[in-house]
Design a protein around this ligand. Structure first.
Ligand code: FE
Length: 133
């Protein structure tokens, strides 16, 4: 929903986020694989955008992809996730962003679990905060 969108200047985001959060969420950075605090999290609950708090993923759809980043086979709702073509680093990838605030989440690939959607939402732990059920 357009009226739900959060628009902030980069100066405001800098004030609201830590330098590491800013680098990943606003400058499309990537945390080192395996470093994220939520990578191995198996508790039941909801994963929210760390920048704006939008609910993005549920623990039911989280799985261990072995990639080093929290991985999900679907979002809470497709409308929560925006995508952009990313051609950086000599690769063609689909970037995923929080549809509400435009912050960078990670990328989506089509090598997810075949028995589910077949998609792999590969998300920086730094882009998420977890709310336990
Ligand atoms: Fe957000």
């Amino acid at each position: 929903m357009a009226e739900d969108k959060i628009i902030r200047t980069e100066e405001e985001w800098k004030r609201l986020l830590t330098p590491e959060e800013y680098r990943v969420l606003r400058e499309k950075g990537t945390e080192p694989p395996g470093s994220g605090e939520l990578y191995h999290n198996t508790e039941r609950g909801t994963y929210m955008c760390r920048a704006c708090g939008a609910e993005l993923f549920k623990s039911d759809a989280k799985y261990d992809s072995g990639s080093g980043w929290p991985s999900f086979w679907q979002a809470v709702d497709p409308s929560k996730i925006a995508t952009e073509t990313d051609t950086s680093h000599g690769m063609l990838r689909k970037e995923i962003l929080c549809a509400r605030c435009g912050s960078h989440l990670g990328h989506v690939f089509d090598d997810g679990p075949k028995e589910t959607t077949g998609q792999r939402f590969c998300v920086n732990s730094m882009s998420l905060k977890f709310k336990k059920e």
